[in-house]
Design a protein around this ligand. Structure first.
Ligand code: WT7
Length: 677
């Protein structure tokens, strides 16, 4: 297999060796009930009909005022969708469903402790709770349209209520993954200039109670040091009115939401009619430099795109019970737990805890009890479920019509287990490839139209035109058997607007590489660089091979290798650090960390543990290295560059190749010995 030079040193090797698989076809029953049954959608979304085709998605929404311009390219490559339109995301996800469906469940909240009952929140109840909290945000916290608020919350129903309350006012929410540290939270507070932090006292995960409030104290202190003052911390309670966290409240800064809410019972606020092009939220993601990028998503374009793709790719009907196992702290949760499903008036499941807690049957008991029929998860979770309970699903009486996998390439073998055992051979599978930046799906099969192919995401979804370029900008064609940089030819409404506060970085990271003319206002000159390597098969299906930049994908989530490396420098003994991805049975990829120490320091297990702890404190446990290897020196080129490729080969027990040109080739054997012992 010919391989692109640029993908050689990265994690983009995972899926290269897989065979092309046979097609698997959707059942007649699925096709009969599907939202889209015929190929004509591809014609409607043909490039010739671009950008007008996307009004089909916008028409799924309620607009206070229709747009004047569908796509405005005058500020290329910051594309503006539905310009002149006025809309409110909360109205579309809540208010508009009341007339016909106020008694329908909007959110099923499943607590992790199994002795606690599942809560079923109707659209009417959601409306009441969102309104009361929105008035609190306005009148108590003083927030107004355009302000940013940081949310550091786990998976409880308070989280979508908070997001929707912000959206109701036009306040921009920036949600930080609940498992991230206080430090990571502080970085996002500072970058987004939030003066209000919303959090919770605690929650359950893996059978343990987690005191979450203490992270807020760390986050607020560190933000202040970095120049951003937080004047209010609003704290939800896992059990309203009951004290479960021992962390004290700070007078004049910390407020329990449930105390404040007493003053706002029965209060309502009209949704603010917002320009479609204003910002709905920021979602931070890792890039090649240490600093996370605040991906800025619009209201109108984003909501149109996630509503359209939820309807056609997820095949959500209002009567469906939809369970996406992702965390709302990632883009998957924003688009396909909260905004997409609620906009379509579905019932969406929010599960607090670990899918395999307390045992391998938990997920299937939830599916059975709630009669879930659409199930959305990630390869890392599928692998974990398969490992601990390969025969478990058959014991439970649930039936999925549709299943989604997202976040990283899925091995054909794991795909087949997902299909046969979890899906019981009844459900279609869509492998959806996309990114934080893209707001919604880029490649996937259309479930009732295109057959599935294990290991391949599929063709571009309607309206998305991928193209693969080599390093020199030549197109690599379908069926050539070569990998390259996968780009998208055209803009689409779900795409992020820019990086918050850093337009230059937005352009240089995503558009500079293959831009045909920097002064052009024509979208055809600005292909979007995804940063993934991919191959296109003869049938137009794309197989995604992984990241080509310095980012590794752990359990389907991007972590910057530089972020992890710089966290290790907080330990003063550290001289040099290098992170490499290692293939992992469950998580897909995990980081291995190589460290060389400053002169005069001795390697020890304690020191390795200290470095590991520094990384968990700075970023969160998700970034914990598999191993911290303390080595006497790093393999280096003559110009002094650390050869991560060599370290990666050693960690993955692969051949290191020719190292004779290194400045210090002898170190390679020494490190090899250490790692293999
Ligand atoms: C990166 C984006 C998309 C939401 C979750 C992660 C990888 C994502 C797939 C897939 C192969 C995939 C890519 C992408 N990825 N989905 N179906 N097959 N790879 O969002 O943290 O922004 O990560 O995840 O490498 O660039 P994210």
């Amino acid at each position: 297999m010919a391989k692109n030079e640029a993908v050689e040193t990265s994690e983009a090797q995972i899926a290269v060796h897989w065979q092309e698989e046979e097609y698997v076809y959707p059942s007649k029953e699925f096709i009969e009930q599907a939202n889209i049954k015929d190929e004509s959608i591809y014609e409607r979304f043909a490039l010739d009909n671009f950008p007008e085709c996307y009004t089909e998605y916008a028409d799924l929404l309620h607009w206070y005022k229709k747009w004047d311009t569908i796509l405005d390219t005058s500020d290329a490559p910051c594309w503006k969708w539905f310009v002149g339109g006025k809309i409110n995301a909360c109205y579309n996800c809540v208010d508009r469903h009341l007339e016909n469906n106020k008694n329908k469940t909007a959110i099923h909240f499943v607590p992790e402790p199994e002795n606690e009952r599942i809560e079923h929140i109707t659209y009417q109840e959601l409306y009441v709770r969102v309104n009361e909290f929105a008035v609190l945000l306005r009148d108590f916290a003083g927030l107004k349209a355009g302000d940013r608020v940081t949310l550091h919350m786990p998976m409880t129903e308070d989280l979508p209520i908070t997001m929707l309350a912000c959206a109701r006012l036009g306040v921009i929410h920036t949600k930080v993954f609940g498992g991230f540290s206080g430090r990571a939270c502080a970085d996002r507070i500072v970058d987004s200039q939030s003066r209000v932090l919303i959090t919770i006292d605690g929650y359950y995960r893996g059978g343990k109670f987690r005191d979450h409030k203490k992270n807020a104290d760390i986050a607020v202190d560190l933000s202040k040091k970095d120049g951003q003052e937080v004047d209010k911390v609003l704290i939800w309670q896992r059990y309203p009115g009951k004290k479960i966290s021992s962390t004290p409240l700070v007078n004049g800064r910390d407020y329990l939401v449930n105390d404040l809410l007493k003053d706002f019972r029965g209060k309502r606020v009209e949704p603010v009619s917002m320009p479609a092009e204003d910002t709905l939220f920021l979602m931070y993601t890792s890039g090649t430099t240490g600093k996370p990028k605040g991906c800025q998503h619009s209201i109108g374009g984003y909501l149109a795109y996630v509503t359209g793709t939820s309807k056609y790719i997820q095949d959500i009907h209002p009567e469906d019970v939809y369970w996406c196992m992702a965390d709302i702290g990632w883009i998957t949760g924003h688009s396909y737990i909260v905004y997409g499903p609620l906009s379509l008036c579905a019932s969406t499941v929010i599960y607090e805890g670990v899918p395999t807690y307390p045992d391998a049957g938990r997920a299937w008991r939830i599916a059975e009890e709630l009669d879930v029929n659409i199930f959305h998860t990630a390869p890392t979770i599928i692998r974990a479920l398969r490992k601990i309970g390969p025969d478990e699903p058959v014991k439970y009486n649930y039936h999925f019509k549709h299943m989604t996998t997202v976040g990283e390439p899925i091995e054909p073998e794991v795909w087949k287990w997902f299909y046969k055992v979890i899906g019981k051979g009844e459900a279609v599978v869509v492998d959806t490839w996309w990114q934080t930046e893209t707001g919604g799906f880029l490649c996937s099969t259309m479930p009732a139209i295109k057959p599935m192919k294990p290991g391949s995401a599929g063709p571009g979804v309607p309206g998305i035109y991928p193209v693969i370029y080599d390093e020199f900008g030549n197109e690599i064609k379908a069926g050539e058997g070569r990998a390259g940089n996968i780009c998208i030819r055209n803009p689409w409404p779900g795409a992020f607007q820019t990086i918050w506060g850093d337009r230059d970085r937005y352009i240089s990271t995503y558009y500079a590489k293959y831009c045909k003319d920097k002064n052009s206002k024509d979208w055809r000159d600005w292909p979007y660089l995804t940063g993934d390597a991919a191959m296109e098969a003869e049938d137009g299906y794309y197989r995604i091979l992984g990241r080509i930049d310095d980012v590794i994908n752990v359990s389907g989530h991007r972590l910057g290798t530089k972020e992890i490396e710089s966290a290790s420098f907080l330990v003063q003994e550290v001289a040099e650090a290098a992170v490499v991805p290692v293939a992992d049975e469950i998580k897909g990829v995990v980081p291995d960390l190589y460290i060389s120490l400053k002169p005069g320091y001795e390697a020890s297990d304690e020191l390795a543990a200290k470095i590991s702890a520094a990384i968990c404190d700075t970023i969160g446990k998700i970034a914990r290295p598999r191993k911290v290897w303390l080595v006497s020196d790093m393999p280096k080129t003559r110009s002094g560059k650390i050869m991560r490729r060599v370290l990666g080969a050693i960690s993955n027990k692969k051949a290191v190749g020719d190292v004779s040109t290194l400045a210090n080739p002898e170190i390679v054997d020494e490190i090899k010995k250490k790692v293999s012992s």
